[in-house]
Design a protein around this ligand. Structure first.
Ligand code: BTN
Length: 261
């Protein structure tokens, strides 16, 4: 089914969205991140969104490719212009994660949905969505930030090589239209990002910690075994390692036990 940007904006406004950037839909692009970055450099306003049915060069974190067959996932990039110092950029992936978490709560029961620091959403321990934040800086402030996310909608999004670690909304009985899901996510992004810009992570921490799927888990981080202690006030991940406690601000944690939390 073709994507209708007007309908997506209608859903967003119904959920309280007020940013004025346009929503653009393309059938096939290299990466929605590239379109949003180009629009940003041409002066597009906050809330400009690019959605695609398919990407030929979809990007994940840490140089990985993000592959999703035509129409199997919600693929979108949102242009943000947060008035924060560059130092405050890293927690943005948690803020966007919380927005997607909130939007997905109307589709998926909260006890099976979790945020995995710093940028994934899990259902019953399997990845359903990933977030990629890319910023352009001018001295120590972001001129623009592109928040991209991919959400697996149908089984077609799960090729055999990634299937054991991933899942999709359809598998959990949820089949929202891309327009409705995007509308809810945009409204949640506007609310959460505005809170973060004005008040920092503090007001978001209780919900973030409640949604956190890493606390108490045994993990590998930077070639070390560790146990996750929780999310710190500044968004870093607190880990207990054999050498003592550390606060991780980058990288990924790999679960070393197969607990479906
Ligand atoms: C990750 O889990 O590593 C992040 C994945 C982010 C994928 C999305 S899909 C829409 C946007 N365009 C891209 O090229 N990447 C992001």
């Amino acid at each position: 089914m073709s994507f209708d940007p007007t309908l997506a904006l209608h859903h967003a406004k119904n959920a309280g969205y007020s940013w004025t950037g346009a929503i653009f839909h393309r059938e096939k692009v290299s990466s929605t991140q590239d379109l949003a970055r180009k629009a940003a450099s041409e002066g597009a306003p906050e809330g400009t969104v690019f959605v695609a049915d398919e990407q030929t060069h979809g990007r994940g974190r840490q140089g990985r490719a993000w592959i999703a067959p035509h129409g199997s996932a919600l693929l979108a990039s949102v242009l943000l212009r947060p008035a924060i110092p560059a130092l405050h950029l890293p927690p943005l992936s948690l803020v966007i994660g919380l927005a997607i978490y909130d939007a997905l709560l109307s589709e998926i029961p909260g006890d099976s949905l979790r945020i995995k620091w710093p940028n994934d959403l899990l259902i019953k321990g399997r990845k359903v969505a990933g977030i990629l934040i890319e910023a352009s800086l001018r001295s120590d402030r972001p001129e623009s930030v592109i928040a991209g996310f991919g959400i697996n909608l149908s089984e077609a999004a799960l090729p055999p090589e990634i299937e054991p670690h991933t899942t999709c909304l359809q598998r959990h009985g949820a089949s929202p239209s891309r327009e409705k899901l995007l509308g809810q996510i945009l409204a949640a992004i506007e609310t959460k990002v505005s809170h973060y810009v004005q008040e920092g992570l503090g007001p978001l921490l209780p919900s973030l910690r409640a949604a956190d799927g890493t606390s108490g888990r045994r993990v590998r981080w930077q070639d070390q075994n560790a146990t996750v202690l929780g999310i710190a006030e500044d968004g870093r991940l607190l880990l207990a390692t054999p050498q003592g406690s550390v606060a991780a601000s980058f990288g990924e944690v790999l679960f070393t036990e197969n607990l479906l939390k």
